[in-house]
Design a protein around this ligand. Sequence first.
Ligand code: GLY
Length: 399
Amino acid sequence: MKKVCFFALLVIAQLSESDVMAQKKDNVDMAKLVKDNFAFADSQYRYMMKQVPQDKMPQSYEEKNKKFVAYQRTWWCTGFYPGALWYIYEQTGDPVIKGEAERTLKVIEPNKTYTGNHDLGFMMYCSFGNAYRITRNESYKDIIIQSAAALASRYRPLAKVIQSWNTNQYFKGPVIIDNMMNLELLYWTSLNGGDAKYKDIAVTHSNTTLQHHFRPDFSSYHVIDYNMQTGDVIRKATWQGAADCSAWSRGQGWGLYGYVMMYRFSKDQRYLDHARKIASFILGHPNLPQDKIPYWDFDAPYIPHAKRDASAGAVIASALLELGQYTKGAEKEKYVSNAKDMIVSLSGEKYKAKLGENGGFLLKHSTGALPSNSEVDVPLIYADYYYLEALKRYKDWYL
Ligand code: GLY
């Protein structure tokens, strides 16, 4: 009997040793993947830098016309290029990349008082937030605090939400799921010298969004149109998705990332549970392709021939890695291994550009707004940003 037990233990020990060996090899492979891709990003962005107009920020590249697309500073994406540069500089220490990161911050700094829409978090936290995290330069912190005040000016207390877009011909009081991302600017600011009311706004907006934005299967609508005087929901709709009732892929990513981030700050269990349910919707969806990079909408027509959205893959990968930080055992393993699959796919031949191609962007095959025939199957700056963030998170937390 003793002998049998001894052999059983030996087998288990050997098995777990081989598991450890496999895990070690896996880590080494991922360590190399992360290192190689930051080195590539450094070279590719040095190439991109040469095409960036001095007063604009990179957005995309039109392969057919060989046209580099850049937008003026109040476009919602203008924080991603500076943010991506800071992520690269943090890993490579390249002073040229740092110089470009500092230059671009100056271009977008006037956004700190911009109140034209809700995108201040994307614009000012992805950029100045990373700059402050890395450099501890107090002047960056002041800019973040001013930006939070600008965003908070869009809070509508009667409806308990931050209004995303101004009233227009389609919507009276639109709030989009993307808005969850901007709450990071508010919550962080309250915890770092800013007014405590910003955190309260972030919590209230998250709670209202929990109430109205999600369906029974935990997919989300893109746009909820509110009566800002009463908080009544006028309409549940889409702008960038395939249909009002469809699950626009990047929106599912914004929702997942947003509730994981809100749990990070608040430790409110409801946010964590909600993030888990969104993750289950995404990872369990029959239309999630084998390479784990979503079609532009989970309900897109013509699947499996529909266009992909690499940006949704990058956002979801980054969010899943953080969700892995707050979960244990098999559940954690599920989030991390799915995120890893997404990172590996994005780093492969199909999605990753070659040096000097793709206008200098890292990733191909993102989709901005297919129903408007805008930015379909192109590089997009925010796909690069969240891809770099996912690489950093994998390295910091799982290697
Ligand atoms: N926030 C706009 C978008 O995701 O396209």
